[in-house]
Design a protein around this ligand. Structure first.
Ligand SMILES: Nc1ncnc2c1ncn2[C@@H]1O[C@H](COP(=O)(O)OP(=O)(O)OP(=O)(O)O)[C@@H](O)[C@H]1O
Ligand SMILES: [Mg+2]
Length: 276
């Protein structure tokens, strides 16, 4: 039996190895969004969105408020509040455009929420146990599971006394966001979509979240981070930064692009797009 602590150590060692192997392992297609148009009611939100994420990559989407970032995440999970008008979404090169949300989740796509839900009467432990059982289709071994949770909570500087509290009820904003990272580690999806998981966090908590992402990340999975906060990118190495404006990706660059936006804002992309 491999202890949870050892599991985490293995993750770190694998990550270190993968850094050197990156060039050869990149290229496996994980998510492809092709010419996607999405409405919420009558309102057109995504207008020809294209995005391709390979295994082993961390992508960031930045963009002004209301540009369609959260809608993109919801469209990937096929949230029924949104209507796809055109285009498609492939996961591991298979169509998922019109699958039900739970089927998409079972394929290994996880989404954390900009505003995490409160669930009275369901403890953090029980929620995670239930979610893991649903995701893996296997019974969860209670003792090992608790040890795994404790190890992750320790790494994320979370108070283990909170494990028996109702999920997110009365948790501070920062604690809720850490709960989302904990869920990601426990569920171990192939693609983790983090919608503003770093907003409202203090400096130390931002570092903790990026540590959680690094613990999760390996050559077979990928992360899509939606953020306004370039601070998380100070402690996390990412592969691509995309700028989403008015329902389209208008610019893709490296980590440097986030720095440029931090300094100059989005004006260049919203008022002078013809020159881009
Ligand atoms: N269910 C809905 N019904 C009507 N309008 C919606 C719906 N969902 C989103 N919208 C609108 O679509 C636009 C894009 O919303 P979205 O949440 O994707 O923005 P965002 O880029 O995530 O912004 P923020 O940075 O503020 O989180 C907004 O103008 C929003 O009001
Ligand atoms: Mg949003």
């Amino acid at each position: 039996m491999m202890s949870a602590k050892r599991n985490v150590a293995v993750v770190f060692v694998e990550r270190a190895k993968n850094k050197n192997r990156k060039e050869t392992i990149m290229g496996d297609k994980l998510l492809q969004i092709k010419d996607l148009y999405v409405n919420a009611g009558e309102k057109e939100i995504l207008k020809g969105m294209n995005l391709s994420i390979n295994k082993g990559e961390i992508h960031v989407i930045m963009g002004p408020n209301g540009s369609g970032k959260t809608t993109t995440a919801n469209a990937i999970l096929n949230n029924p509040a949104y209507t796809k008008k055109k285009g498609n979404i492939l996961f591991e090169e298979k169509e998922i455009t019109n699958l039900k949300t739970d089927e998409i989740a079972r394929k290994g796509i996880f989404m954390s929420f900009q505003l995490p839900e409160e669930i009275p009467g369901v403890s953090v432990t029980n929620f995670l146990k239930y979610a893991k059982n649903k995701a893996t289709g296997k019974p969860v071994k209670v003792f090992e599971f608790r040890e795994e949770l404790k190890t992750y909570m320790n790494e994320l500087n979370m108070n283990s006394k909170n494990m028996e509290r109702s999920l997110n009820v009365g948790f501070s904003g920062g604690e809720k966001k850490k709960n989302e990272i904990l869920q990601m580690l426990v569920l171990n999806p192939k693609l983790a979509i983090l919608d503003e998981t770093d907003s409202g966090l203090d400096v130390d908590a931002i570092k903790t979240v990026s540590k959680g992402i690094e613990m999760f990340k390996n050559e077979n999975n990928a992360v899509l981070i939606i953020t306004h906060n370039t601070k998380i990118l100070h402690s996390l190495k990412v592969d691509y930064v995309h700028v989403l404006v008015n329902g389209q990706i208008v610019k893709t660059g490296s980590q440097e692009l986030a720095k440029e936006i931090e300094e100059n804002g989005y004006k260049k992309y919203t008022t002078n797009r013809s020159q881009e």
